[in-house]
Design a protein around this ligand. Structure first.
Ligand code: G
Ligand code: G
Ligand code: MN
Ligand code: NA
Length: 253
């Protein structure tokens, strides 16, 4: 309860911040986009999402927090577009209940209109587990978002149980290989098998595939050898505050 009321005030007091982690195309070293990851700055503390997102989900505070994140991402896109011609997308993690809201489209449209950026600069991530759990309630929203140019990425892919048949009919642009499989590449043969299968699946469905949690050159080499060139992870950059990630971006864009 104490955490809940503090989190409530965090929104009003502007204590939430977005950190950013680049997605890189290792075939040319260029950045292809960033993922926004929320942090809570409380006094001198920087609280990680694992310590407040679950409470936010339970209490419903995740709705205003997600709305804030969408606005903030649009503002940041504008700032970077002006500063150095940034034109990639910013991916925002969305909980299922946001996809079930009828006003999601209007919210995104208002945010991009106010900032004067194209819809395509906002990407939304939904977890595979979340997607499969509420498929019928989420699909109409995914179609509408795709129609207005907002791309959908399926996060933590490989951990859920999506059926191939469903995937082919879904309006999704990208799958992100869960970092547990990347971590275990070269350790567990099953992980290489899963990664290889996801890459093949993505190729055959014409989806982009991004490997998450890439921490070392070996993992990069294996993934690249399997045909995956889009990657995200500590090897390239950890999630950083906007000022720091901008310095990183200006060197690689
Ligand atoms: O940034 P970090 O790797 O610590 O994030 C941990 C988890 O918290 C991830 O699963 C991520 O999806 C989730 N998370 C981070 N930022 C957000 C956010 O803005 N909204 C939601 N819904 N989840 C987030
Ligand atoms: O679930 P989601 O993919 O949204 O969460 C991203 C999370 O992964 C963030 O908490 C981020 O800090 C973390 N992360 C990003 N890159 C790496 C990495 O290379 N290794 C590990 N262990 N975690 C990472
Ligand atoms: Mn994510
Ligand atoms: Na993920």
């Amino acid at each position: 309860l104490a955490l809940e009321s503090a989190l409530h005030k965090a929104i009003e007091r502007d204590e939430l911040v977005l950190y950013y982690q680049p997605k890189v195309d290792v075939s040319n070293g260029k950045m292809v986009g960033v993922e926004a990851l929320m942090r809570w700055r409380r006094g001198d503390l920087l609280i990680q999402p694992a310590d407040f997102i679950p409470v936010a989900e339970e209490t419903g505070l995740i709705v205003p927090m997600s709305e804030w994140a969408l606005r903030q991402a649009a503002k940041q896109a504008r700032i970077w577009a002006d500063a150095f011609g940034f034109s990639d997308s910013i991916a925002v993690n969305m909980p299922n209940r946001m996809f079930e809201r009828t006003d999601l489209i209007e919210q995104i449209s208002a945010a991009v209109r106010d900032e004067g950026i194209p819809h395509s600069m906002i990407q939304l991530e939904i977890t595979e587990t979340g997607l499969m759990k509420d498929l019928q309630r989420v699909i109409p929203s995914l179609h509408r978002l795709t129609e207005i140019g907002v791309q959908i990425a399926v996060d933590d892919f490989g951990t859920g149980y999506s059926s191939l048949a469903y995937l082919t009919s879904l309006p999704i642009a990208e799958v992100k290989i869960d970092r547990s499989f990347v971590r275990d590449l070269g350790v567990l043969p099953q992980s290489l098998a899963v990664v290889t299968a996801i890459i093949a699946l993505a190729k055959s469905l014409d989806l982009k595939v991004v490997a998450e949690g890439v921490e070392n050159q070996r993992q990069q080499d294996v993934l690249y050898g399997e045909g995956c060139s889009l990657m995200q992870g500590f090897l390239f950059s950890k999630p950083l505050p906007p000022e720091d990630i901008q310095v990183w971006m200006e060197q690689v864009v």
